[in-house]
Design a protein around this ligand. Structure first.
Ligand code: PLP
Length: 388
């Protein structure tokens, strides 16, 4: 009865089984994986957010495929302030970034075509691509001389004729690495040469660790067609409001064509609710304060992790420019699934093994820097104890 596309193996993995068993037995868990800012004790202007979403005027519904003009103008103004000059006409609102990916895969690729995705990175790409009948091929990021870099030769080799787009996550999750000027130049040149689009996932762009710094953006006028993804989930720490956006940059004729096709797709769904669109200018403004609180948490937690691991033999924190995670590396390259299971079963510490993010090497653990400091401190202490 059902499609082959949805014939998934729904068996929980070993870590999920161990976690469920532990919770069933009522044993405590120090969860170092939570990246939901609403659950991490970050202070929020709850009343202001509620008031903004409740709205002021009469009930209205005047749908537009790209979203209401005022909401798009607010996104364009924010993008322009943050180093990416954008016009409201080139903004398309979606209900979350996953939906943005789905729409973009729809307009760019036919069944069986490929999109290139970074490795390691955000684990959802394979799944989102498969749901759109698109395949992925990975291009590696490598840690060389203290910095994560795109392996540009491998990227060129991966750009075979069936590839339609390159996903670039800037900064990447979980490595926290930004794209530098040379990488940006090569990405645009490759996209122009092979007639590919760039999908720049910049949801974490505002979370550079260096105070006051903004990471350079991928999109640029007159270069390759580039779709930049962002959203309230990270920009304002409001994932529950389900509002994201696609910004379209590049040669005018390609931008026009892309927007016309996106209009047909978004018009078929009209998923973004009117109250959230109407609240968007205020929610972006409130985001400044929420981001400061998240930034403060991340900054303090980075220091905690670094200090606690400074004397742990064979255990390092990998370099990172931005984002909400830290990657721990075991010099002996131990099996990260076994390591994560051991931490959970013996120490009650929940972490993500690196293979969840498709790290090429063993011996990587990913921890969230949003979790409350007492939880992080105790959890990392237990990790450090096992290292010596
Ligand atoms: C790189 C990246 N893109 C997109 C998302 C999801 O964003 P949204 O909540 O808007 O769907 C995440 C979530 O962690 C992410 O890490």
């Amino acid at each position: 009865m059902f499609s082959a596309r949805t014939a998934w193996n729904l068996e929980p993995n070993r870590l999920a089984r161990a976690l469920a068993a532990r919770r069933r037995d009522g044993r405590p868990v120090l969860d170092l994986t939570d990246t939901n800012p609403l659950r991490c004790g970050i202070p929020y202007p709850d009343d202001e957010v509620r008031r903004a979403v409740a709205g002021h005027g009469r009930l209205r519904y005047d749908p537009h495929p790209r979203g209401g003009h005022d909401a798009r103008a607010a996104v364009a103004a924010y993008a322009t302030r943050s180093g990416l000059p954008t016009d409201a006409d080139r903004v398309v609102l979606t209900a979350g970034t996953s939906e943005a990916y789905a729409h973009l895969f729809r307009i760019l690729a036919d069944p069986g075509d490929r999109v290139l995705v970074p490795q390691p990175s955000y684990p959802l790409f394979e799944h989102l691509a498969a749901l759109g009948d698109v395949r992925t091929a990975a291009y590696p990021l490598r840690l060389t001389s203290g910095r994560w870099r795109i392996d540009l030769d491998a990227l060129r080799d991966a750009a075979t004729p069936d590839v339609r787009a390159v996903v670039v996550v800037n900064p990447n999750n979980p490595t926290g690495s930004g794209v530098d000027a040379e990488e940006r130049r090569v990405l645009h040149a490759l996209a122009r040469e092979r007639d590919l689009a760039l999908l720049a996932d910049e949801v974490f762009a505002e979370y550079a660790h260096e105070p006051g710094s903004i990471l350079p953006r991928i999109a640029g006028a007159g270069q390759a067609l580039t779709f930049t993804l962002g959203g309230l989930s990270k920009l304002s720490g409001l994932p529950h409001l389900k509002l994201a956006w696609i910004l379209v940059h590049g040669p005018d004729s390609e931008v026009r064509e892309a927007l016309a096709r996106l209009d047909v797709v978004t018009d078929a769904y009209l998923t973004v609710s009117t109250p959230v669109q109407e609240a968007l200018p205020e929610l972006i403004a409130l985001g400044d304060g929420i981001r400061s609180a998240i930034h403060a948490r991340v900054r303090e937690n980075r220091v905690v992790v670094r200090d606690l691991l400074s004397n742990a033999r064979g255990l390092d924190v990998l370099p990172s420019d931005a984002g909400w995670c830290a990657v721990l590396a075991d010099a002996r390259g131990r099996d990260d699934e076994a390591w994560a299971l051991e931490l959970l079963e013996r120490d009650g510490v929940l972490v993500h093994p690196g293979h969840f993010y498709d790290f090429a090497e063993e011996g990587r653990l990913v921890v969230s820097l949003l979790v409350p400091q007492d939880v992080l401190r105790e959890g990392v202490l237990r990790i450090a104890r096992r290292a010596v």
